[in-house]
Write a protein that binds this ligand. Structure first.
Ligand SMILES: [Zn+2]
Ligand SMILES: [Zn+2]
Length: 334
């Protein structure tokens, strides 16, 4: 069997005919294998959801207990037979619980990576390269201009600003799943041991991370009552909260953001960001190319992001590649 027979690209997502299941479908399906908890990959309404135990916890926190007919879990490394296919998960290094779906049938192997990064992340397991025939890659930052700087350098910018402006609150825009917890953990690694103040919208997922054993240090709710208490402190909030009235309650805030998109100056400017940290949960250009080489895949399918550029790189490297345009993927929380 050819690996390209293991997956069909359909408008709602990738479908495996041997196992009669979908991977990260954008509409409700009888059986969905979901790579991670971000909203563009994990949508409510599937009759059966198959995920890692960590993603199951995250999905329950986001959508509530009744969002799926049934939830099945599979740990990374365990194998499950589904119809004529076998499935296992391998860590993707993207957010807690994120996994690549490794699908095998008839001696062929396809890997759907979901979203991934290659930098170490104190809040989740490192990406594991899996040799395969067909590799489905994301391309969120799939242009040669995207090169993420070292995380320590970016975290250092925030700490330097806090030392320079001890009277000002430092409000950092971070998405609720992944970036908030990773930034907290990175700050702990850099020696910041004061409480980190969090917007209410981040509480639930921070609790899930902590329940699952990720050390985030002391977190406190960022309430408006004790405004002066927030001087010289770090406040984490969703980017939308920093754009509205909520941020005005903070004492003379330095508006910060932590995102791979902060490499694009125009975006930082549009959002009124004073301190931009380029901290991404996706692979940069070099890491995408290195990963494609490591998998040894003869065929690569490219989804959400700069699909054409990565396909051109593949053609030059002698790899058969094609862009997949799946509606609704890539509205990424980054
Ligand atoms: Zn994601
Ligand atoms: Zn994504």
């Amino acid at each position: 069997m050819r690996a390209t027979d293991l997956l069909e690209s359909r408008p709602d997502g990738l479908y495996c005919p041997q196992g009669d299941f979908w991977i990260d479908p954008v509409r409700p399906k009888p059986r969905a294998v979901v790579t991670h908890g971000h909203a563009d990959h994990c949508r409510p309404g599937h009759e059966a959801l198959l995920v890692t135990p960590e993603t199951a916890r995250i999905a329950a926190a986001r959508y509530g207990a009744g969002a799926f007919g049934a939830v099945e879990t599979l740990r990374c490394g365990e194998t499950l037979r589904i119809g004529d296919a076998t499935l296992r998960f391998a860590p993707a290094g993207h957010v807690l619980g994120s996994a690549q779906a490794v699908i095998e049938a008839g001696g062929a192997r396809a890997v759907v990576s979901g979203d991934y990064k290659r930098r170490p992340d104190p809040t989740c397991a490192d990406f594991e390269p899996v040799p395969c025939d067909l590799f489905v890659t994301e391309a969120t930052f799939g242009l040669p201009v995207f090169r993420h700087p070292p995380t320590e350098t970016e975290v250092g910018k925030l700490l330097a600003s806090l030392a320079r402006f001890p009277e000002r609150a430092h409000a950092v825009g971070v998405y609720a799943l992944g970036k908030a917890q990773r930034l907290a953990a990175e700050l702990r690694r850099a020696g910041w041991d004061r409480p980190i103040f969090i917007h209410g919208a981040l509480q639930k997922l921070c609790d899930v991370y902590r329940d699952l054993g990720v050390d985030l240090g002391p977190l406190e709710p960022a309430t408006a009552k004790e405004k002066d208490r927030l001087r010289g402190e770090i406040v984490l909030a969703p980017p939308s909260a920093l754009a509205d009235r909520w941020a005005r309650r903070l004492p003379d805030p330095v508006i910060c953001a932590a995102s791979g998109w902060m490499q694009v100056r125009q975006r930082a400017k549009q959002r009124g960001v004073e301190l931009a940290m380029v901290i991404s949960d996706h692979a940069d250009w070099d890491e995408l190319c290195a990963t494609l080489r490591e998998t040894g895949a003869e065929t690569v399918w490219v989804t959400h992001g700069a699909e054409e550029a990565l396909c051109r790189w593949c053609a030059l490297a002698g790899v058969d590649a094609r862009p997949l345009s799946i509606f609704g993927l890539g509205d990424e929380e980054e």
